[in-house]
Design a protein around this ligand. Sequence first.
Ligand code: RNT
Ligand code: ZN
Length: 417
Amino acid sequence: MKNNFVQKAYEVAKERYAAAGIDVEEALKALQKIAISIHCWQADDVTGFESIGNLGGGGIQATGNYPGKARNIEEIRQDIEKVLTLVPGSHRLSLHAIYGDFQGKSVDRDAIEPTHFSSWMQWAKEKNLKLDFNSTSFGHPKSGELTLANPDKSIRDFWIEHTKRCRQISEEMGRFQNDPCIMNLWVHDGSKDLTVNRLKYRQILEQSLDNIFTIEYKNMKDCLEAKLFGIGFESYTVGSYDFYLGYGAKKQKIVTLDTGHFHLSENIADKISAILLFTPEIMLHVSRPIRWDSDHVTILSDEVMELAKEIVRADALDRVHVGLDYFDASINRLGAYTIGIRATQKAFLQALLEPIGKLREYEGNGQYFERLALIEETKSLPWGAVWDYFCLENDTAIGEDIITDIQQYEKEVTSKR
Ligand code: RNT
Ligand code: ZN
């Protein structure tokens, strides 16, 4: 029944868009190709599987204690598999180094190897997922205030070794899946209070990175994530945005933009066209900061829509990797995944349905009333009908059906944990 409405509404919507000069089928083809890199850490509040347990720290924090969190590798996989049935399209999974298949053994961060991730690679292949990767510098006895920027050589070398191994693991993943694995590097290094050796730690971080990147790989790509501040690191962050933007531009590395890592009024969308002139690609961590880098679930906000529009307007879908990064432990975790992935896809759909040719024409002619009017009117074109149809075509839940579906899974699976 519902499917009939969806089909009908789509046919009408397609005509309405055609009248506005927009080819809906083209937009849907483009949307189908956008793979979202799903962060594994929403499933278990960034805990991971190391036997040392979760030390937290590093300036990040998941808040809430909603029942049913994934406790082991099987449960995380089971949850992700469920989430994949609730979102249209084919996606990627972003793993953190602490999520290795350690089989209950204690494997320190400077000893991780590709074999600890072979079961992930195999599983991902079966599920038609590509993997991305992240080094993990937080939540470890050697994390402290400084890791790669630590003046203490023994601690610094430990983290350099860890990060080098992460690159090697990423290379293996990329080779195995025949598609480059994007490895994100974020270190929390910084200081709570007034810091007088700012230059020194940045010099050390630069040297550590140069050392880490000496080996060139073919099947992985490096990206670097900056941050404004973290909890307990309010005064100084070694890897600031200026630092990584400069490093990325100079060394041709990918810069990661986490939408929670800037001043709250900063326009992240506006960075796309500037950065892409100077770096090869961009990695995104789409998140929703509330008052600070709170990592709330991504929703279809103006900010996310602007970001998607800028990427499409810059014709940069092939140079921008879209990943998510949030961890809300206060609501159903699969629900959190589903909302965030679908919201990001909806933002891209709206971006792809924009009458960009006409808008550019108006702008070129100095017809600014017309430009603003068309932007406003476009907002109420029937994109929702197109989205429902996209879900139908992809054989996935339509609209609010995600709620009953997740409730069911909660009843049968997560509530029993
Ligand atoms: C932290 C960064 C980083 C982490 C993950 C877990 O502020 O956003 O990306 O969220 O590595
Ligand atoms: Zn991030």
